[in-house]
Write a protein that binds this ligand. Structure first.
Ligand code: DQQ
Length: 531
C-alpha cells in the first residue's frame, strides 16, 4: 500500500487531491450545505489559491464541484483568499473574499451566484464594481484580509476585516446600506497590542440559555457575543466572550476573557483559520476549522494531497458562561458501524486494556471515566500555567496520583507507536486542575516530523468524580473532545506500524489511584462519500 493510502482519512473532509487550507464561506442554502475552501488546483503545496467548492446534504458526505472563484481580474490575480458568505434578504447568498493583486495588495471583493435556481450554485460571478473595499485611510495594504459574515443593525450592514498595525492585531469595522458602498468606522471594532496579524475574524451571538444557534444579526437580550481571531504568529484560533456595545458599535471582551496568546482556544492542537455559520435548518451554529499536515512537504507531494477539515462541530455557550463548548455534528453518527462496549472496568496503576473488535484506525470512541478516590491527587504548582509545557514534562508514562489515564490511540501491538490522549488531575488549596493532553511524541517511528504534545486545561469541578472523553480516530488524525466538549485537541500523526488493521486502541492508567472505565462505546466508522 502506498503512503497516500496509509494516512488518507476516511471521514474527515478533503478533496480528491491537492492542497487545501482555510474553510471559506460555509452556508446552508435551500436544503444544501456548502463548503468552500482555499485550494491549490495544481498541487499539494500552498499556492495558486482558488475557492474550491463542495456540497452536502448532511455535512458528512460530500460532492466536489468546480471551483467557485478563481483568479481572473487584476485585483485577485495572485489569489482568491479567504472570506465568508452572508445570506441577504429574500434568501440571496453573497460571498465577500480577499483578492490579492500582483503587488500583494489586498482588497475585499464580492461574488454572487450566476443562477439562483441552480440547486448547487455551481457558478459564481464577480460583478464589475469590484473591488468593494480598498485598503485606504492608513490601512496596511498587505495585511488587510478575510472579511467576516456581515450582520445587519439599525439600517446598515457591518463586516469585519482582519489586519495589523505595529504588531497590534485589528478587526476593522466597515458599514454599508446596500452591501456595495462600504465606509470604514472611525474606531476598529476591536484590537489588541502584541498579538500580530488577526486573520479570519469571526463574530457571532450565542444564547445565554440554550444550545440553539442564532442568526448573525440576532440582537435580542439574552445573548453574549463571541469574537474569534486566528493569530498568524501563534497559528492558533483564539476567542473571547464579550458584549457587543451596539451604540458605540464596539466589542468589549468580558473581564474574565483575555485577548491574545493566553486566551481561550477552540482547539488546543492543530486547528486554524476556522469559521462558523448559522444552520437555519437545525437552528445550530456550526464550526469548521482547517487541520494542516505535520509531516514533511516532500511527503505531501508524494501523497498528492495536504490538509483536511476537522469534523464540523456545533458550538454553544457553556452554562458557566466562561467558555464555549463544541461537539461533532450528530450526522457523523450515521457512519457508525459495529459497536463495542465496556463498562465498570477497573484500570489499575500500570495497566492497559485493549478495546478489541473495532477498526481502531477508523473509529469513534466515547468514554466516561470514574475516579473513585481523589486522595492521591498531586499538588499543582501555580507556575505550571502553560498546559502544553506541563504535558511535555508529564507525559503518559510519567506516573502520577490521579492519572495520567486515558486512551492510547493508533497504537502498534507492542506500543512502539501510540498517540496518548489522557487526563491528569492536580489540586490547589481551592480546586482541582484537570489537564487534557494529546501527545504525539510517540505517534510515529519516523524521525523529524512534527510530533507535539498538545494540551489544554479542562474547566470542570470533579464534584461527580467523572471525566468524559470522545476521540475521533481517522488514520492520520485524532480529534478529541474532553469534558463533554469543553476542551478540544486535534493532532495529526503518521504512524508507520499502527496503520490500517495493525492499529490498536487501549485504555490505560499510570496513576496511583485506580480509575474505572465507567462506560465506553467504541464504533468502527464507515467511510464517508468524499468528493
Ligand atoms: N489563509 C488565506 C488568507 C488567510 C490565511 C490565504 C489564513 O486569506 O489570512 O490562503 O490561513
Amino acid at each position: 500500500v502506498n503512503i497516500r493510502q496509509l494516512h488518507h482519512t476516511a471521514f474527515h473532509f478533503q478533496p480528491p487531491k491537492n492542497w487545501i487550507n482555510d474553510p471559506n464561506g460555509p452556508m446552508y442554502y435551500n436544503g444544501i450545505y456548502h463548503i468552500f475552501y482555499q485550494y491549490n488546483p495544481k498541487g499539494a503545496v500552498w499556492g495558486n489559491i482558488v475557492w474550491g467548492h463542495s456540497i452536502s446534504k448532511d455535512l458528512i458526505n460530500w460532492k466536489e464541484l468546480e471551483p467557485a472563484i478563481c483568479p481572473s481580474k487584476h485585483f485577485d490575480i495572485d489569489g482568491a483568499w479567504s472570506g465568508s458568505t452572508t445570506i441577504l434578504p429574500s434568501n440571496k447568498p453573497i460571498i465577500l473574499y480577499t483578492g490579492v493583486d500582483s503587488n500583494g495588495i489586498q482588497t475585499q471583493n464580492y461574488a454572487v451566484p450566476a443562477n439562483l435556481s441552480d440547486p448547487y450554485l455551481r457558478k459564481w460571478i464577480k460583478p464589475g464594481n469590484n473591488p468593494l473595499i480598498d485598503p485606504e485611510n492608513g490601512v496596511n495594504a498587505t495585511a488587510f484580509r478575510d472579511p467576516s459574515t456581515a450582520w445587519w443593525l439599525n439600517g446598515r450592514w457591518r463586516v469585519l476585516v482582519g489586519s495589523e498595525r505595529n504588531s497590534r492585531g485589528i478587526a476593522y469595522l466597515y458599514r454599508s446600506r446596500d452591501f456595495i458602498h462600504w465606509t470604514k468606522a472611525k474606531h476598529p471594532f476591536h484590537s489588541a497590542p502584541n498579538t500580530g496579524m488577526w486573520e479570519c475574524p469571526d463574530f457571532y451571538p450565542v444564547s445565554l440559555s440554550s444550545k440553539e444557534g442564532l442568526d448573525p444579526s440576532y440582537m435580542g437580550k439574552h445573548v453574549k457575543h463571541v469574537l474569534k481571531v486566528s493569530l498568524d504568529d501563534a497559528r492558533y484560533d483564539y476567542y473571547t466572550l464579550g458584549t457587543y456595545l451596539t451604540n458605540d458599535d464596539k466589542y468589549v471582551p468580558d473581564n474574565a476573557s483575555v485577548d491574545g496568546w493566553a486566551g481561550l482556544r477552540y482547539d488546543y492542537g492543530n486547528f486554524y483559520a476556522s469559521k462558523t455559520f448559522f444552520d437555519p435548518a437545525k437552528r445550530r451554529r456550526i464550526l469548521w476549522g482547517w487541520v494542516n499536515e505535520s509531516d514533511f512537504t516532500q511527503d505531501d507531494v508524494k501523497k498528492g494531497w495536504a490538509g483536511i477539515q476537522a469534523i464540523p462541530r456545533i458550538v454553544w455557550l457553556d452554562t458557566n458562561q466562561r467558555q464555549l463548548k463544541q461537539w461533532p455534528v450528530e450526522e457523523l453518527n450515521t457512519l457508525r458501524g459495529e459497536i463495542v462496549k465496556m463498562s465498570h472496568q477497573k484500570l489499575k496503576k500500570g495497566h492497559h486494556i485493549e478495546i478489541q473488535g473495532i477498526t481502531a484506525a477508523q473509529a469513534d470512541i466515547d468514554v466516561t471515566f470514574y475516579i473513585p478516590s481523589l486522595d492521591k491527587t498531586e499538588e499543582f504548582n501555580p507556575s505550571w500555567e502553560d498546559a502544553q509545557r506541563l504535558c511535555a514534562n508529564k507525559g503518559s508514562k510519567v506516573e502520577g496520583g490521579v492519572g495520567p489515564f486515558g486512551l492510547l490511540t493508533l497504537a502498534s501491538k507492542n506500543l512502539e507507536e501510540y498517540t496518548a490522549v489522557f487526563f491528569r488531575v492536580f489540586k490547589t488549596s481551592k480546586k482541582h486542575v484537570v489537564l487534557l493532553c494529546s501527545d504525539a511524541r510517540s505517534s510515529s517511528l519516523e524521525d523529524g516530523i512534527y510530533k507535539p504534545s498538545f494540551a489544554g486545561f479542562v474547566d470542570v469541578d470533579l464534584a461527580d468524580k467523572k471525566l468524559s472523553l470522545r476521540s475521533l480516530i481517522d488514520h492520520s488524525v485524532v480529534e478529541s473532545f474532553g469534558g463533554g466538549g469543553k476542551t478540544c485537541i486535534t493532532s495529526r500523526v503518521y504512524p508507520t506500524l499502527a496503520v490500517l488493521d495493525n492499529a490498536h486502541l487501549y485504555a490505560f492508567n499510570n496513576g496511583d489511584e485506580t480509575i474505572i472505565v465507567k462506560n465506553l462505546n467504541a464504533w468502527s466508522m464507515n467511510k464517508a462519500k468524499m468528493n
